[in-house]
Design a protein. Structure first.
Ligand SMILES: Cc1cc2nc3c(=O)[nH]c(=O)nc-3n(C[C@H](O)[C@H](O)[C@H](O)COP(=O)(O)OP(=O)(O)OC[C@H]3O[C@@H](n4cnc5c(N)ncnc54)[C@H](O)[C@@H]3O)c2cc1C
Lengths: 312, 377
């Protein structure tokens, strides 16, 4: 991804998202100051046609947003702005639910409707992130790519990949600072091995995410997303379990910031299809190709590749 | 903020992809009708097949031309190795010489050693064994006791190596030996000697494994004379050399493909309209496989850039070995009855699975390497 965009996103989120902002967002207060900074920087336009940026930048910003648990509907805003001509605070509704619809300028639905007039009722996901229920008034039809749900699934993949990077860092910091039996708990082999597993899942998630992002416009995109959402969703579960075990009771408190990240992992792995849904998509596609095309699929899951029957 | 180990995403270059088609066609034409594929790199010892790969230029692919190498990229080598493994081709004869003994000689060997051994390896005619483990030195490799005493023109070696894969059918072994008495620095005083497995004073005894196969061996050295030109690299530099070998040993596709043929037969057994449970399991395993492959290609990129990705390799091997074990266990639970090919693959994988997380460094040792990479020890 573009270095300047990466550094800008990292700096803005690191400077403007803290526990106070997260807690207030969770109690229903939209982080206006944060949104103003993001808009002034132009980050909300990354990935849009006029911005001259690439999908790798769009999903890269989301990964960094995941590192900081940014309490804005950035995934929806970025994806909407990459599809619509009008840029602004547009959120996306799937199955009647859209993040922060109550403060948005417009709502786009995954089924291809758009409106600036809509009724909302506040609701949240299990991480306490806004997931407002929304009904559009006077909706107009807009043309959308037919892989919009996949793009949104990939947004959750990118958010999770970043969030995993953060909890790995938190786990390492905590383990080197917390002392028991007269030494840092990071000295205990059992703890080291848990952290090694956490590092493995984090690296795997990043690679799975990168693989799907690199294929946004390829014919095999659906399968890359399926593999990524399934693999990263699995990593999220393993990682959240380990990071809590390492943090002990302190990590189970509301006061500690860990739960802002782990609850998001639990929420995001469910949104736009749990692992099982994407595993099934992938499995059915492979089965349809047959045993002797399996390896070919693993190497390149594009549908245009004809099954190779070179060996059995 | 520390964000974890870096695995740069890599798209294989077109030259590497072009090679893929060639390898597939070759494998299809070379393997006999009744050949039973096995994607475990330790299975299938065929000097004839290795020589044919040599003719094609698919051994020593990254090595310099003056030693017979192909001067190709690590990506091209990656494609050849993954295609051979996925097809279950018999690759074990030349595997270790190509993967690590040759690269070790290139890094540390003399010009004369390279001239003598590398061209034979490239032709698929010369096979090497790894002489690290001993009866009392497994994970704690620095504790090896095999001794080499300095004599005129060479060394006299005494001691025992064990679990030495294919020593009974390979030509040479590169043994890690003590050339100095033990001191406070455990890693000092070790050296690597290249020894002819047919030399006087070397006795090789195959050890039967639990699957009934005889692949690994005990190798006993009794007053075995090794001439001066057998020393690889510098006297006393053995520890550094042996650790550099492990980067090559640990990151390749053989670390997650051992059980791959089980998945192939599982797909065959389920047919093209699977139950939901079958499809979900297949998709789950495929998502792991696709991700591991990306990680392994990324490590090939690090090798291509001349890096020594010891920690990244340990991480890929560790995830890969766990996946190989999980694959057999999970497919077993969903396998539809009445598919003898699948049952045969499952049985073979299950019987070999204990070795997946031992050979090349145990899971626990690898996790320790990763923890060190994270700055925890
Ligand atoms: C099929 C096969 C082929 C092999 N081929 C070769 C070969 O060609 N050449 C060669 O040199 N070797 C070979 N090996 C040997 C292999 O490298 C060793 O098995 C491995 O290094 C472990 O040593 P060990 O078996 O003595 O187990 P040990 O080191 O005794 O370990 C036993 C158990 O204790 C654990 N353990 C040990 N130390 C620690 C620690 N510090 N912290 C936590 N846990 C620990 C281990 O992880 C393991 O679970 C092969 C092994 C197998 C199974």
């Amino acid at each position: 991804m573009d270095r300047l965009i990466e550094d800008t996103a990292e700096r803005i989120f690191a400077d403007h998202v803290d526990k106070g902002v997260l807690d207030r967002a969770e109690s229903g207060e939209f982080p206006n100051a944060l949104w103003d900074v993001v808009r002034e920087s132009g980050l909300h336009l990354v990935g849009s046609a006029q911005s001259g940026t690439e999908p790798v930048d769009l999903y890269g910003v989301l990964r960094i947003a995941g590192r900081h648990a940014v309490p804005l509907p950035l995934a929806e805003v970025l994806v909407a702005n990459s599809l619509l001509d009008e840029a602004g605070f547009i959120t996306i509704a799937a199955d009647g639910v859209a993040p922060w619809a109550r403060v948005a300028d417009g709502v786009l639905t995954v089924d291809g409707e758009f409106s600036r007039r809509f009724e909302t009722e506040p609701d949240t996901n299990l991480a306490g992130e806004s997931r407002d229920r929304v009904v559009l008034v006077d909706a107009e039809r807009v043309g959308l790519p037919d892989d919009l749900r996949e793009r949104l699934a990939l947004s959750r993949v990118a958010l999770m990949a970043g969030c995993l990077e953060r909890i790995l860092a938190m786990a390492i910091d905590f383990a080197t600072e917390r002392e028991q039996f007269g030494r840092p708990i990071s000295r205990f082999q059992a703890v080291q091995h848990n952290l090694a597993v956490l590092a493995g899942e984090t690296a795997a998630a990043r690679c799975a995410c990168d693989g799907a992002v690199a294929n946004v416009d390829s014919s095999g995109f659906v399968h890359h997303v399926a593999a990524a959402k399934a693999r990263v969703g699995e990593a999220a579960g393993v990682a959240a379990e380990i990071v809590h075990q390492v943090h002990g009771a302190m990590g189970f408190t509301h006061e500690h910031s860990l739960h802002h990240f782990t609850r998001r992992l639990w929420a995001w792995r469910d949104e736009f299809g749990r692992e099982g849904r994407w595993q099934e998509t992938l499995g059915r596609r492979i089965a349809a190709g047959g045993a002797d095309a399996l390896w070919d699929f693993v190497v390149d899951p594009s549908p245009h590749i004809s099954p190779s029957r070179l060996w059995s | 903020m520390f964000t974890g180990l870096e695995f740069e995403p890599i798209d294989l270059p077109a030259t590497a992809e072009a090679l893929r088609t060639e390898v597939r066609a070759f494998v299809a034409s070379e393997l006999p009708e009744d050949y039973w594929p096995n994607s475990d790199f330790n299975e299938g010892h065929s000097p004839a097949f290795s020589r044919k790969l040599g003719e094609r230029g698919w051994i020593g692919m990254t090595w310099p031309e003056r030693f017979g190498g192909g001067e190709r990229t690590f990506f091209e080598r990656y494609v050849v190795t993954e295609e051979l493994l996925a097809a279950g081709a018999p690759v074990s004869a030349h595997w270790i010489a190509d993967r690590q003994s040759g690269p070790l000689l290139l890094s540390y060997g003399t010009e004369a050693q390279c001239r003598r051994y590398l061209p034979q390896i490239v032709r698929g005619e010369c096979y090497f064994s790894i002489g690290m483990s001993e009866p009392n030195s497994g994970s704690d490799l620095a504790s090896v006791r095999t001794r080499a005493e300095r004599v005129a023109d060479g060394w006299i070696v005494n001691g025992t190596k064990i679990w030495t894969t294919d020593a009974h059918r390979n030509h040479y072994i590169i043994a890690l030996v003590r050339t100095e008495p033990p001191s406070d620095d455990r890693h000092a005083g070790l050296s690597q000697l290249l020894v002819d497995l047919h030399a006087d004073g070397v006795t090789v005894r195959p050890i039967r494994n639990l699957a009934g196969g005889e692949d690994f061996n005990e190798v006993v050295f009794e007053d075995c004379f090794v001439p001066d030109e057998g020393l690889v690299g510098e006297r006393g530099n053995g520890w550094t050399q042996v650790t550099s070998e492990l980067g090559y040993e640990r990151s390749g596709p053989e670390r997650f493909l051992s059980a791959f043929r089980v998945l192939v037969e599982f797909v065959r057994a389920m047919g093209n309209d699977p139950s939901r449970d079958e499809a979900v399991l297949l998709g789950r395993l495929a998502s792991h496989l696709m991700t591991l492959r990306r990680m392994s290609i990324s490590v090939a990129g690090m090798l291509q850039q001349g890096g020594s990705p010891a920690v990244e390799s340990a991480l890929v091997k560790s995830l890969g070995n766990d996946f190989e074990k999980l694959l057999g266990e999970l497919v077993r639970l969903q396998a539809p009855p009445g598919h003898p090919r699948l049952e045969r693959c499952l049985r073979q994988t299950l019987l070999h699975s204990p070795s997946f997380t031992l050979r090349g460094g145990t899971r626990e040792i690898l996790r320790g390497v990763i923890a060190r990479g994270l700055g925890l020890r």
